[in-house]
Write a protein that binds this ligand. Sequence first.
Ligand SMILES: [Zn+2]
Length: 214
Amino acid sequence: MRFIDFLERLLLRRKEESSQPLRIINNPVGVVVAKTIEPYDIDHMYDDPDKMPGLCPVCHYTIEKIPNLDYHTATTKDIAMTYDGFFIVRDRFKRFCDEQGYENLTFIPLNKSSKHYYFMPNDIFPIDVKHTIIEHAGKQCPQCGRYQWVGTGGHTLFSNCHFGSEEDFIMRLNILMGDRNQKFDTIIVGLKTAELMKQYDLKGFDYRDVQFLG
Ligand SMILES: [Zn+2]
């Protein structure tokens, strides 16, 4: 290829790339009132996703999360999430919750991992449905009405309540996000709770802001 042709192609490619619509996320900015827990991934709970329970029989997207209690992990993270969307916590995390006296939390011990539990908060966080953007992609199942993919697409989660800095709770969203049969719940904690978790030295996960717009 002549050098000049090479340059022309390079320039053309640059032009094509720059003409692609740039996705700009323009989140309104409110007050931080809570935090999501952002765990890191650990191995799949189900080796064979076709044998995973809790899926719609037509589309095979997640309807409910039903854990495999024979799952084995040796993770040192205090809260982790399997690639297929199940929360696993260590005994330290359970001890923290017991000491603080949080209610409506599910801990189920794993048969083959003596220090680990399947975990799920049961109280539902009051999300601001007017301002929170939830995106859907792919086909919608005619049977269950669920979409292949659900997510915030990088948009902020907004709260319906103006929680103060002394609020202490562990809840979850009532929206399963993610892809197909790997969908997952989202844990949201109070600002005080996040501080207490840091003081207790709970580690292996991140936090993300949840805001209130008023
Ligand atoms: Zn379905």
